[in-house]
Design a protein around this ligand. Structure first.
Ligand SMILES: Nc1ncnc2c1ncn2[C@@H]1O[C@H](COP(=O)(O)OP(=O)(O)OP(=O)(O)O)[C@@H](O)[C@H]1O
Ligand SMILES: [Mg+2]
Length: 454
């Protein structure tokens, strides 16, 4: 038999190397390479694989196939994020920061399905059965017929659920605590995570059980363990939100059974996660009288508009100190760009002023269509003239100072009209729907005039 050869596997990205190094050459993380033994068998070393196999049947694309039947969980925001319900035999990976509410969400999903007559098994490798039960009681789900277990051995789990009819849903909380005895190494290492996930996914595909794996995330927000884990499952979901804010967003970053452009919005409350069917209410601050420095932008999450408030503060500095620019929920590079365009094309001077920009409610905006709303907030803050309260603002700003169109402008205006806004400040050329008036801007300078003139 060939001599086992050692290989060094990066625990952050999963890449393999022949020798140990302090820094992974692929992902540049430090101290992440650990040794794993790789056995080169005579079979893989000597045999030619191009003959001697069993022929597999090849079929055409046009053969009959039924669409996957989806099981609705009854939690609409969850179903929406995964594309319309759980697909039997599929594997889902749910990642998210510690304490964000992954276990809470999945326990609620499990309980709803179980109460709907499906068999559901919830395996916790992190908490004792009593801890999970206490959470269920706090969430008011104590009566749901979910079958609980605290276990970490994949073999034990599969033996348990493989006896008799396979459950409709199997939740594994979390994959980093699982251990496969086929492989050496502590739970949580790349090879253990990979092997455990492989076994569980194989079971799910064979028996038609929907599998949900909870995955830990690293400090930069990616799911811990090898990238390959994300390739092994059908759907990758991220559960996001600021710990200090109430709302949580469930977002798919990969989905083999549906789109990834829909989100589920929840609010974390003492009694668990509640659905938020109309997210705009969360992100619009209480609107009293008009104040300078704020503008409302109709953002789009999937097909769903979400109205968010953008706030700017401009503080004139008397001394010659370098003024600060800070942005929360908005890219600071893009803030600098908008300030530069205002400066160069519209003659507004922010040079001696500190500029702070904030997106209310802890929401994060990356849509360039929000440029015009950011500019409106900045102009309003500098000139101390409010943007009219009944207006929403959208448009992308080019370096030339032109205002560019945004995607789905009419849809955004419709949502704004539904929430009581009467006017849209929009790029020139937008076809406006009925029910809302528009003011059109072709150049950023026109916006400045509009706000300054009041
Ligand atoms: N008694 C309570 N009352 C109100 N909220 C609570 C209570 N206990 C926990 N929570 C909320 O639930 C959150 C923890 O949720 P959960 O355990 O589902 O998170 P998790 O994502 O599974 O975390 P981990 O990664 O540690 O497993 C807490 O951060 C807190 O906001
Ligand atoms: Mg948990």
């Amino acid at each position: 038999m060939a001599k086992p050869r050692n290989r060094y596997v990066c625990q952050a990205c999963g890449s393999e190397h022949n020798r140990w190094q302090g820094q992974c050459p692929d992902c540049a993380e430090w101290n992440t390479l650990t040794v794993e033994s790789a056995v080169v068998t005579i079979f893989s070393a000597r045999h030619d694989l191009s003959a001697g196999g069993r022929p597999v049947e090849l079929v055409g694309l046009d053969s009959e196939v039924a669409l996957p039947k989806r099981i609705g969980t009854g939690i609409d925001e969850f179903d929406r994020a995964i594309g319309g319900g759980i697909v039997p035999g599929s594997a889902m990976l749910v990642g998210g920061n510690p304490g964000i509410g992954k276990s809470t969400l999945l326990l609620q999903v499990a309980a709803r399905l179980a109460s709907g007559g499906h068999s559901v098994v919830y395996v916790s490798g992190e908490e004792s059965v009593d801890q999970v039960r206490l959470r269920a009681i706090r969430l008011g789900l104590g009566e749901a017929p979910v079958q609980l277990a605290a276990a970490t051995s994949v073999r034990d789990i599969l033996t348990t659920v493989g006896n008799g009819a396979a459950p409709a849903l199997l939740v594994i909380d979390s994959i980093q605590t699982m251990h496969s005895d086929l492989i050496d190494g502590a739970p949580g290492t790349v090879s253990q995570v990979r092997a455990s996930a492989q076994e569980l996914v194989r079971f799910a595909k064979q028996r038609g059980t929907a599998l949900v794996l909870v995955g830990h995330v690293t400090k930069d927000g990616t799911i811990a363990g090898p990238r390959v884990l994300e390739h092994m499952v059908d759907t990758v979901l991220g559960f996001e939100g600021e710990r200090s804010h109430q709302y949580r967003i469930l977002r798919a970053s990969k989905n083999r059974f549906g789109g990834t452009d829909e989100i589920g919005v929840f609010a974390m409350e003492g009694s668990g996660l509640t659905e938020v069917p109309n997210p705009s209410v969360l992100f619009l601050t209480q609107r009293g009288e008009a104040v300078s420095g704020t503008a409302v932008f109709p953002a789009l999450e999937g097909t769903r508009p979400v109205l968010v408030e953008i706030q700017a503060l401009v503080v004139r500095l008397a001394s010659g100190a370098t003024p600060r620019r800070a942005a929360v929920g908005w890219d600071s590079g893009r803030l600098a760009m908008i300030l530069a365009v205002l400066e160069a094309r519209c003659g507004m001077s922010f040079a001696t002023a500190e500029v702070y920009l904030n997106v209310a409610g802890g929401y994060r905006l990356s849509d360039p269509g929000a440029d015009l709303a950011v500019a409106a907030a900045l102009i309003s803050a500098l000139s101390e003239r409010p943007v009219p309260q009944e207006a929403v603002v959208m448009g992308e700003i080019a370096l030339s100072g032109e205002v560019r169109p945004v995607a789905h402008g009419a849809l955004r205006l419709k949502e704004a009209a539904k929430l009581g806004f009467e006017r849209g400040w929009v790029p020139a050329g937008l076809e406006a729907p009925g029910g809302i008036a528009t003011t059109r801007f072709a150049k950023l300078g026109e916006l400045v005039e509009q706000i300054v003139a009041g």
